[in-house]
Design a protein around this ligand. Structure first.
Ligand SMILES: Cc1cc2nc3c(=O)[nH]c(=O)nc-3n(C[C@H](O)[C@H](O)[C@H](O)COP(=O)(O)O)c2cc1C
Ligand code: SF4
Length: 424
């Protein structure tokens, strides 16, 4: 039986419908906002979030409190707060599930983060495939506005915020915040590596804070229950909060599970996701979406939190666990991911634009039985080379290749020696 852990973000989740404003209120919703409007300063909110060890859930794990604090007190207005709901990372679907489960939790989180940064305009940047989620948000924003939680002079505090939903044109790179900034300003969405950071010069040259949906959803709970409580939800000293793990691939019960940060990988797979189907054995998983490295069986007991994975040279990323069994060819799986990344490269810099198709072609030839011994060092060299690309897209894109070569080089060799895929 799966262990019963506290459900914080999923406390109101229902199988068939969203949580209404009234239901959200009954579970303590908008209490944090009311409290903040009466008794807290923006600095208090920033500090509480900082103390809570809340790390960004969008993939980079940057401390949320620190980002909010980076908006200088005397920075110019208007300031912007952006909710990143782009979620194009293959295997990741937690933001969509959260929006469909409890949209007001995200709206309240966005208002609180906006208050901490003294932002006047809020934007939810959402991928076009999430049209239903976009409509839910638009409807619930209107309801929140009618209830006095948005608009001018929120709950009599003097603070004002409006939120709009912006549909992306649909490219993976638009999830990266500097590319997203260009997309929002109607420009070609190339990344623009900081400095200046968006908190200093973001949208239209004004301070802008970008936070992931899941990160924002944590904020009302941090304010309501305090930083110590939030930290205590994690099973590791360096973690803070629960984490929504989206599990897919060779498991009996794929889905989103809210579990303490630091829960062992084995427990996620065997207890919560129902283990592998009969006749399947665990071979590897990607721990945090397509742009992380494969974890082999030797990591089966690892504590799934940001710090534990970082210490062993891995990343928790988005917490999207994709499970592969012993009958799955990891060369083919990696090829599939590289095909995606090669297509999604924005094309701005040469190592990424040319390097990913090169890696794709090598992997394709290996998978089709045309591989040669020298392809392995060529793959290694080219993967290293991608670390010199302009933005973080490229190192993420080659992560599965690096994992493949580190833990499963034998499998690549077998393809080359047998001149075919040994698993087909
Ligand atoms: C190529 C690329 C794609 C990204 N896609 C997303 C995304 O879809 N959603 C997201 O929240 N963050 C994404 N990120 C991370 C963002 O750049 C940023 O770190 C995050 O939105 C900040 O919010 P957080 O601190 O709450 O995680 C992406 C990063 C890269 C490099
Ligand atoms: S690394 Fe790739 S996505 Fe990033 S700027 Fe270069 S071409 Fe564009």
């Amino acid at each position: 039986m799966p262990s019963n852990y506290p459900q914080v973000l999923f406390q109101n989740r229902k199988p068939d419908r969203i949580t209404t404003l009234e239901e959200y209120r009954q579970s303590g919703g908008y209490r944090a906002l009311a409290d903040v409007c009466k008794h807290w300063s923006p600095k208090d909110v920033q500090q509480e979030i900082m103390n809570a060890n809340l790390l960004g859930r969008g993939g980079a794990a940057f401390p949320t409190g620190m980002k909010l604090m980076a908006v200088a007190e005397d920075a110019p207005y208007p300031r912007y707060i952006v909710c990143n709901a782009d979620e194009m990372e293959p295997g990741t679907f937690k933001d969509r599930v959260l929006i469909h489960a409890d949209p007001h939790m995200i709206i309240e989180g966005l208002i609180l983060a906006g208050f901490a940064a003294r932002a006047e305009e809020g934007i939810i940047f959402i991928r076009p495939e999430y049209e239903n989620a976009a409509r839910i948000l638009e409807r619930e924003i209107k309801i929140a506005r009618e209830a006095g939680y948005l608009g001018q002079n929120i709950l009599g505090n003097g603070y004002s915020l409006e939120i709009v939903v912006h549909r992306s044109a649909g490219r993976y790179i638009c999830g990266e915040v500097t590319a997203q900034m260009n997309a929002l300003m109607g420009k070609r969405p190339n990344p623009k590596v900081p400095p200046p950071y968006p908190t200093e010069k973001g949208l239209w040259g004004r301070p802008t804070v970008f936070q992931n949906v899941d990160t924002l959803a944590c904020i009302p709970h941090v304010i309501n229950n305090g930083a110590e409580w939030f930290k205590g939800l994690a099973r590791t000293a360096t973690g803070g909060g629960t984490k929504i793990f989206c599990v897919s691939g060779k498991v009996n019960r794929p889905g989103c599970y809210e579990l303490p940060l630091g829960v062992p990988l084995r427990e996620i797979i065997e207890e919560h996701a129902g283990g592998l189907p009969p006749g399947s054995e665990f071979k590897a998983c990607l721990p945090g979406g397509a742009s992380t490295r494969f974890l082999s069986k030797e990591f089966y007991e690892i504590e799934m939190d940001f710090e534990s994975l970082r210490k062993v040279g891995h990343r928790l990323g988005t917490g999207a666990v994709m499970v592969f069994d012993h009958k799955t060819c990891l060369v083919a799986a990696t090829l599939n991911l590289i095909e995606f990344f090669a297509r999604e490269s924005c094309g701005w810099c040469t190592p990424c634009r040319e390097g990913l198709p090169y890696i794709r072609d090598l992997l394709r030839r290996i998978e089709e039985g045309e591989g040669r011994e020298e392809f392995i060092p060529m793959l290694e060299r080219m993967s290293k080379h991608l670390w010199s690309a302009y933005c973080a897209f490229a190192p993420g894109a080659v992560s599965p290749v690096e994992g493949l070569l580190t833990y499963f080089e034998d499998e690549v060799q077998e393809h080359i020696v047998q001149r075919k895929c040994p698993l087909k």
